[in-house]
Design a protein around this ligand. Sequence first.
Ligand SMILES: NC(=O)c1ccc[n+]([C@@H]2O[C@H](COP(=O)([O-])OP(=O)(O)OC[C@H]3O[C@@H](n4cnc5c(N)ncnc54)[C@H](O)[C@@H]3O)[C@@H](O)[C@H]2O)c1
Length: 365
Amino acid sequence: MSELKQTLNIAMIGHGFIGKVHSNAFHQVGHFFQTPFQPRLKVVCGRDREKLEAVASQWGWEEIATDWRTVVDRKDIQVVDIAVPNVLHAPIAIAAAAAGKIVLCEKPLAMSLDEAERMAAAVRQVPNLVWFNYRRVPAVAFAKMLLSEGRVGQIFHYRALYLNQSGSNPTKASGWRYQRAVAGSGTTGDLLSHSVDLALDLNGKITELMAMTKTFVPARDVDDAVVVMARFANGSIGSFEASRFAPGSRNRNSFEINGSQGMLRFNLENLNNLEIFDATEPANLQGIRNLLVTGPNHPYAENFWKPGHIIGYEHTFIATLGDFLGALARNETFHPNFEDALAVQRVLDAVQRSADSKSWLTLEG
Ligand SMILES: NC(=O)c1ccc[n+]([C@@H]2O[C@H](COP(=O)([O-])OP(=O)(O)OC[C@H]3O[C@@H](n4cnc5c(N)ncnc54)[C@H](O)[C@@H]3O)[C@@H](O)[C@H]2O)c1
């Protein structure tokens, strides 16, 4: 007989690409994570009734709604999940927090630093999460373990790339991601935000940076590409490049870390793998190892399949939600939360200001 679980009624606002990923995670989390909570797909909210009916029927949402304001106030809703374009993150998150809901929000957290600060302040009294899902790729979580054990030694370089080719055909790419008024920024918020979150998590604070942005399509008012040089508090130096104009890369979210004792390298396009180089081995045995991070003794190996049985993109969201529900059950603070996303937004804000002023900037705090 199954134990009695506490139902968490979910209201998901938005049902596009990422809404599908979230719907799957709400369904799957209890299959892979022991949790006292049972997410219930209560209401999905969008703008178009016909599309909503189709999504509700395909993904098992009990009800549909077209006005998020009425949804976040509903007494029977415990969790508000924000899966809409960036301009709506703040109003929904702030209203949901005021109504005492648990708030889950997509990245980038906000349109601006000021907005991110208001959002972080608003959710301080409620459990909250930001879907920086790449922290939960097992290979990335394993890289973090190796770094915290000192296996890479003193870090010299943090190098990040987030490349795709989604914007390089200007006739096709005209959706909300290409409008400043809806997205806040272009590649900076969309792609660089992920790289910055991983960098802060894996390598600590950024103290100074210098950035350059480029818009290749004259009619656009957001950046198509961004390049950043950075200094970290731990003494290492960093470089970041994010672009939607990188034919040859579909979703190349990668980083490479060089330290006094070796190297770690990850690329989302091979998400089950982590490349490692151990510089403490005898020189004639040194070489890059390509580890398959699917267990044994790897993060999340116990949650998913047997060693060697690879996982995919969707598992990173299931793991994020699984860890969040675990933290909720233990009454602990979950990471990444709004405060972590605010730290990312501080860096993105500095990137924008540096690119505008063509100067190095020091980050406060
Ligand atoms: N974590 C990740 O890796 C990841 C990946 C993709 C997208 N995202 C984020 O998810 C969010 C949504 O992106 P997407 O790719 O799903 O976009 P999308 O265009 O596929 O879907 C957007 C959804 O929002 C809905 N929507 C728009 N205005 C609305 C309103 N006023 N009320 C209710 N619903 C409304 C649309 O109907 C649609 O269902 C963005 O913030 C994006 O940055 C995150």
